[in-house]
Ligand binder design. Structure first.
Ligand code: HEC
Length: 122
C-alpha cells in the first residue's frame, strides 16, 4: 500500500467527524436540560446520589473529570439509554444497578438529564 494513501475506513471516520476516544464535536452542554419534568423531591434525591456516587468521576457540576462531561447528554441518550448506562456501566465506568435502589437510579437519571442545570444555593 502506498504510504500517503488514506484508507477508505479512515476517510469515512474523518468524514463523519468520528474519533475513537474523542468527543463527537457536538456542544452537548449548550443543549441544556431535556424538557422532561421530574418532581422536586426526585431532583433533590438525585442531587444527593450524584454527589455520593458520581461526582468524583464526573465533577460536582457534571462537567467531567476522569469520566466525560455529562451535561446535555439527555439530548444524546433517551431516558432508557441513560438509565441503562448508569445501571450497567460502560467500559471503565462501574454499573450502579446493584448498589443503588431503583428509586435512587431514577433520581440520578433525572439529575443528569435535568437537575444538573438547576442551581440551588449551597
Ligand atoms: C469510577 C469513575 C466513574 C464513576 C464513579 C461514575 N462514572 Fe460515569 N463514566 C465514567 C467513565 C470513564 C465513562 C466513559 C465510559 C466510556 O464510554 O468509555 C462514563 C460514562 C458515563 C455516561 C455516558 C456519558 C457519555 O457521554 O456517553 C453517563 C451518563 C454516566 N457515566 C453517568 C454516571 C452516573 C450518573 C454516575 C453515578 C451514579 C457515574 N456515571 C459514576 C466513569 C465513572
Amino acid at each position: 500500500m502506498k504510504p500517503r494513501r488514506i484508507r477508505p475506513f479512515s476517510a469515512a471516520l474523518m468524514a463523519f467527524g468520528l474519533c475513537v476516544g474523542c468527543g463527537d464535536g457536538t456542544d452537548w452542554p449548550a443543549m441544556g436540560a431535556t424538557a422532561e419534568n421530574f418532581a422536586p423531591e426526585v431532583l433533590v434525591l438525585g442531587r444527593a446520589v450524584y454527589g455520593d456516587s458520581c461526582a468524583t468521576c464526573h465533577g460536582k457540576d457534571g462537567s467531567g473529570a476522569f469520566g466525560p462531561d455529562l451535561r446535555g447528554k439527555g439530548h444524546k441518550y433517551t431516558y432508557d439509554q441513560h438509565r441503562r448506562i448508569i445501571e450497567r456501566g460502560k467500559r471503565s465506568m462501574p454499573g450502579f444497578g446493584a448498589s443503588l435502589t431503583r428509586q435512587e437510579i431514577e433520581a440520578v437519571v433525572a439529575h443528569v438529564r435535568v437537575g444538573l442545570f438547576e442551581h440551588h444555593d449551597g
